[in-house]
Ligand binder design. Structure first.
Ligand SMILES: [Zn+2]
Length: 144
């Protein structure tokens, strides 16, 4: 069976969300280098989402659709960017609890995570829901 890498993720939460969604669509898929990248992100080039050769074009379509759904709900309140990512809090203790939650499959999205704008670095505990692109930056210093 030929497996192709269709996408690379920098954090296991995003990878698992994609994996779960694809499997719910009946796609056979796997994560590669998951453990290495959970411990040492950026060293191993990310977590690779692998699917069967025959499913590649279908999976890419589905992933794009997931992205679209996700982004349509998330807008950075600071810069208006749609590049919002769910990432583990950059803090060793939180990271460990996130890994433990993941290992025991208690919750794929543990509470020790933040949403971060990859454009300006804005961080929030909740997914920003504002869709107002004309946010007045100076009046919204909150969530820190
Ligand atoms: Zn931003």
């Amino acid at each position: 069976m030929d497996l192709i890498t269709v996408r690379t993720f920098q954090n296991f939460i995003s990878a698992h969300i994609a994996l779960t969604k694809l499997r719910s669509e009946g796609i056979e898929c796997y994560l590669k280098d998951e453990n290495l990248n959970t411990l040492l992100p950026n060293v191993f080039g990310g977590i690779k989402l692998m699917v069967k050769n025959d499913d590649v074009s279908k999976v890419i379509g589905l992933l794009n659709q997931f992205d679209e759904d996700y982004r349509s709900n998330a807008v950075c309140p600071k810069c208006g960017s749609h590049n919002i990512e769910l990432v583990p809090k950059p803090n060793a203790k939180s990271m460990i609890s996130a890994i433990l939650s993941w290992l025991f499959l208690a919750n794929l999205v543990p509470s020790e995570n933040i949403y971060r704008c990859s454009n300006c670095g804005y961080e929030s505990n909740t997914l920003p829901e504002t869709v107002n692109a004309n946010t007045d930056f100076s009046s919204t210093e909150s969530n820190n």
